[in-house]
Design a binder for this molecule. Structure first.
Ligand SMILES: *Cc1c(COP(=O)(O)O)cnc(C)c1O
Length: 758
């Protein structure tokens, strides 16, 4: 059936037969077939509909995923093979939409897949950034940012013809709506709805990713997270936020009307999940629009409060947004009286200053508004939710204990196993049959194979194949030469101090010095990093520079380079994640305990048979609980201890370096002469100064325990059967981390979409 359609489409569109068709032509033909197939499916429906509103949707390339959901994957793969192509090669023709930054945006994408898979009526709503976040290029051992355009005439975007006016203080603009259809693997479809600025103009981009930040009538949907290190940049983000929420509120109310419901029935027929605080202004905007329809403010506030739920993703202070009321006055003056009224109303019942929406300095606290005027607030892993209740949001937990709930994150196994690691999926199916494709918990049936030597050996063989494949890809894409027989140790995630890429780099320094002194590891080690740093985050860029200098230093040293290799994978995105994850053996999840809300990278690596080297942070705690201590390598201070250090201001990196010459030797290496000569001394001095005097995320606190744990893991690696058993146990116990489970919990405890249908 696909065969006929594909042959026909190639002929109609390009006048070629399959044997003459190029990869590009195959791609375009498959794209249009997948779109037509999806359009034929009924939209998931019910008396109540979910809107998952998010500034980010890191969806990645869609072709193979959508073909899988449509049940066309196998047929496409077989047909292409007949003409010497693979689906992966054909998919290289697709430009990856970089509509997200990291875990939060990727979570939103996994959720869309699971919501559709479960047949629930729920759409994602976000913005259509033309140049994405940015493309990372490496020059002179530094990160450079470039635009990352992805929209071409042949993208997945479908114009809807819907337009909404958005009024700012200074001007009025028009939001136009595009849809990306989301087919579910059990029939039905939803959509990712992306608003674009009708008058957006890519020509105002100057060199790199800079542009006139004040030109809001032309710039709103150019980039995700424009540089906010100055006032203009901060204001632009607020303009983007209001643009998103105003258009979203109008869409929600329009659909409510179209389905025949009154505005006051909002809570019975719509539920809005506010993903982090970026879309928080949706609450006052909905209340304002209900006011225009004649609903008095208190009643509007009550119905909106029963419709909106908020997900908290972080306890990092810089991410808990606060906007000066003055800025809101500039961007959307019509919201100011609403926000002031909401603040007054909340304060009547709860006057304590720490729960006021508008504080004494005139700052509007977004999360506080979400909690007062939302019916649920959730953390994203058990530990994170506990920290929210006990510390970060404690005053709110005391007022509204019934609103707090935990929803441990998950990942879609369709992308991260079934599409992303076909050989492993096949290996699993040979052993336990196909049930795990629909029901992730069935993976536990693998456990009895822990005692089967043939299975363990073939699992090791599979991993080696994946490593070879990664080596080929990195050779082709960036000229890196990897040895598939080395241990592949991978840290792939956004660059942030709390994630402690620097600690990993300092382990590499330690290993380098050991090798120089004749103490070699049991076998060669390859440390792979993949990470983008926010353009204005100087220290994060300094860490990237240090890693790249270190990599060059080791590479030039004939005594070391056969034993240690450090690789920075350029431009980490969903595609690169898809390359790295199947090939990983040691998964670095080494954030400072208490700081990583959940992590989802940890789950993807585990599912693909990597062993986690991690702290008891975020979902690592739950991973450890499932696989057992013997199948994970844990180290570092506990979150309770770290929180105590913060509270007492008791952490002193200066003192640690003075008292411990081993630590000092590693830190001093940042200023090692030959290293300085390879790089930018200003950057390396800045990094050293920060590490030795501030080290806010306590890299030095855990460094020695980390070295102990990693050395231990490298030794364990040599018992290959034991390693394979650890790997197998991780795969078998990953089922809980399916986003299908997460979404069932959101629906059971927050959305009630299924219940509304009964
Ligand atoms: C999963 C994923 C992330 C999140 O990784 P963490 O380790 O949880 O921070 C970030 N970026 C991409 C491209 C991903 O696929």
């Amino acid at each position: 059936m696909l065969k006929t359609a594909l042959t026909q489409t190639l002929w109609d569109r390009f006048h070629v037969k399959p044997e003459q068709a190029s990869r590009r032509q195959f791609y375009l033909a498959l794209l249009s077939i997948a779109q037509a197939e999806t359009a034929r499916r009924p939209r998931n429906a019910g008396p109540k509909k979910l809107y998952y509103v998010s500034a980010e949707f890191l969806i990645g390339k869609l072709l193979s995923n959508n073909l899988l959901s449509l049940g066309l994957y196998e047929e496409a793969e077989q047909f292409l093979a007949g003409f010497g192509h693979t689906l992966a090669e054909v998919e290289e023709e697709e430009d990856e939409p970089s509509l997200g930054n990291g875990g939060l945006g990727r979570l939103a994408a996994c959720f869309l897949d699971s919501i559709a898979a479960l047949g629930l009526p729920g759409d994602g709503v976000g913005l259509n950034y033309h140049e994405g976040l940015f493309r990372q290029a490496i020059r002179q051992r530094k990160q450079c940012e470039e635009p990352d355009p992805w929209i071409s005439p042949a993208s997945w975007l479908l114009p809807t013809g819907k337009r909404f006016p958005v009024a700012f203080g200074s001007c009025e603009v028009t939001a136009v709506l595009y849809d990306i259809a989301v087919p579910g693997c059990n029939g039905g479809r939803n959509a990712l709805r992306l608003f674009d600025l009708e008058t957006v103009n890519e020509d105002i981009i100057e060199d790199g990713i800079s542009f006139d930040k004040t030109d809001v009538a032309h710039n709103l949907t150019l980039f995700l997270y424009p540089d906010d290190s100055d006032e203009e940049g901060r204001l632009l983000r607020l303009y983007q936020q209001y643009f998103l929420v105003s258009a979203t509120a109008q869409l929600i109310l329009e659909e409510l009307r179209e389905r025949g419901f009154a505005p006051e029935e909002l809570d019975r027929h719509a539920v809005v999940q506010i993903n982090d605080t970026h879309p928080s202004l949706l609450i006052p905007e909905l209340i304002r629009l209900l006011g225009e329809e004649g609903v008095p403010l208190e009643r509007a506030a009550a119905v909106v409060s029963r419709s909106c739920a908020y997900t908290n993703h972080t306890i990092l202070a810089e991410a808990l947004e606060k906007w000066p009321l003055e800025s809101i006055e500039t961007v959307a003056p019509q919201l100011v009286p609403v926000i002031e009224a909401l603040d007054r109303l909340a304060a009547q019942a709860h006057p304590a200053p720490e729960v006021r929406i508008i504080d004494e300095d005139g700052l509007v606290h977004m999360a506080r508004m979400d909690i007062h005027y939302g019916f649920r607030v959730n953390g994203v892993a058990a530990l994170h939710t506990e920290i929210l209740k006990k510390k970060e949001l404690r005053p709110f937990y005391e007022i509204y204990p019934e609103k707090f709930t935990n929803k441990t994150n998950g990942i879609t196994f369709r992308r991260w196993l079934l599409c992303g690691n076909r050989p492993l999926a096949g290996w699993i199916e040979e052993r336990i049959g196909p049930d795990f494709r629909k029901d992730a918990d069935a993976l536990e049936r693998l456990l009895p194979f822990r005692g089967d030597e043939d299975s363990l050996l073939s699992l090791l063989e599979l991993k080696r194949g994946a490593k070879r494949r990664l080596a080929e890809r990195l050779l082709e894409s960036q000229g890196a030469k990897l040895d598939p027989d080395a241990v592949f140790d991978i840290q792939a995630k956004r660059l942030h101090e709390y994630k402690r890429q620097l600690m990993n780099a300092l382990y590499a320094v330690y290993l380098y010095l050991e090798i120089k002194e004749g103490r070699r590891p049991p076998r060669p080690v390859t440390v792979l990093f993949a990470a983008k740093a926010a353009p204005a985050y100087t220290l994060a860029k300094d860490v990237i520079h240090f890693i790249l200098c270190l990599s060059a230093l080791v590479e030039r040293d004939p005594a070391a380079r056969n034993w240690l290799k450090i690789v920075m994978v350029e431009n980490y995105n969903v595609t690169k994640a898809g390359w790295l994850i199947p090939a990983c053996e040691i998964s670095e999840q080494i954030s400072l305990a208490s700081q990583e809300a959940s992590g989802t990278g940890n789950m993807k690596f585990m599912l693909n048979g990597a062993v986690t080297l991690g702290t008891l942070d975020g979902a690592n705690v739950e991973i450890a609980g499932r696989v057992g201590r013997e199948n994970i390598a844990l180290f570092g201070k506990s979150s309770a201890e770290v929180l105590r250090l913060y509270e007492q201001g008791a952490y002193d990196p200066d003192a640690l370096l003075r008292e411990d010459p081993d630590l000092a030797r590693l830190a001093d290496f940042i200023l090692h002469g030959p290293l300085l000569r390879l790089g930018d001394p200003d950057s390396l001095f800045r990094l050293y100064r920060d590490l030795s005097h501030k080290d806010w995320f306590m890299t030095l606190l855990d460094l020695k325990d980390y070295i102990r744990a990693k050395d231990g893991l490298l030794r364990r690696y040599e018992d290959r059967l034991r390693w394979a058993r650890m790997s197998l146990t991780n795969i078998a116990m990953a089922g809980y981390f399916s986003s299908d489970r997460t979404i069932r919990e959101y629906d059971r405890d927050i959305w009630h979409l299924e219940e509304a249908r009964r």
